[in-house]
Design a protein around this ligand. Structure first.
Ligand code: PEP
Length: 245
């Protein structure tokens, strides 16, 4: 399976900086075998999509509402993202789960809405540090997968241990292998054979220095990259470490 390297730019960059970052990624991306995706803030999706027109780099949102339209002040719908040029959307990121009290059920509804709008969802799951310390990581991730993914599911799952996001700590290769193996089993249990083809990204302090090792682990279908995606050279270096499939 071709690996996907996705950059989550979070609430970073003014419009001109986002366009420059996208152009920097495009300039370095020649010959990269992996699929590339950048996810700027929704406000900059259109400008970044325009800057990347004619390249193979896709653009995604970082969230969308579960409704197509309506009285939802400050929210953004899947059709709006699609209209602006996005083809992907990140859903259920731990920062959304924590800062906006997003539940598995809400994420499942958003996932359905995203697919209906023509977006490919990346649904994030992952345990907190306390949950891992308590030995609950598989239980928590199992519940998140069961609750957040609609049936059928056409998208990507990102395993992002919350304690590894933006901290410089990464899960050990053995822990990543265990969790990705567990997620694969759960996907097959939930979706049968279709569960074998769902890509499972790893996210959590992926950097050029650790990317090759993480991306070589069985069942790792790519990376969701936060901090390092804000530097075009680092993001491209991570993408160069990916497997062609
Ligand atoms: C993320 O926010 O999805 C992420 C993985 O961030 P970082 O790479 O900075 O840990």
């Amino acid at each position: 399976m071709r690996q996907l390297i996705a950059g989550n730019w979070k609430m970073h960059c003014l419009a001109s900086e986002a366009v420059a970052l996208a152009q920097g990624v495009a300039a370095g991306a020649q010959g990269i075998a992996a699929e590339l995706l950048v996810c700027p803030t929704a406000l900059h999706v259109a400008a970044v999509a325009q800057a990347l027109a004619g390249t193979s780099i896709a653009v995604g949102g970082q969230d969308c509402h579960q409704a197509r339209q309506g009285a939802h002040t400050g929210d953004i719908s899947g059709p709006m993202l699609r209209d602006a040029g996005a083809t992907w959307v990140i859903l259920g990121h731990s920062e959304r789960r924590q800062n906006h009290d997003e539940t598995d059920e809400l994420i499942r509804e958003k996932t359905l809405a995203a697919v209906e709008a023509g977006l490919t969802p990346i649904v994030c799951v992952g345990e907190t540090g306390d949950q891992r310390a308590g030995g609950q990581e598989t239980e928590v991730v199992g519940w998140q997968l069961a609750g957040s993914l609609p049936k059928p599911f056409s998208g990507v799952v990102a395993y992002e241990p919350v304690w590894a996001i933006g901290t410089g700590k990464t899960a050990t290769d053995a822990d990543v292998a265990t969790m990705h193996g567990f997620i694969r089993e759960e996907l097959v249990r939930q979706f049968g054979d279709a569960g074998r083809t769902i890509r499972i990204l790893y996210g959590g302090s992926v950097r050029p220095a650790n990317a090759a090792a993480l991306l070589a682990i069985p069942e790792v279908g790519g990376a969701l990259v936060g901090g390092a995606s804000l530097n075009a050279q680092d993001f491209v270096a991570i993408a160069r470490a990916a497997q062609a499939g």
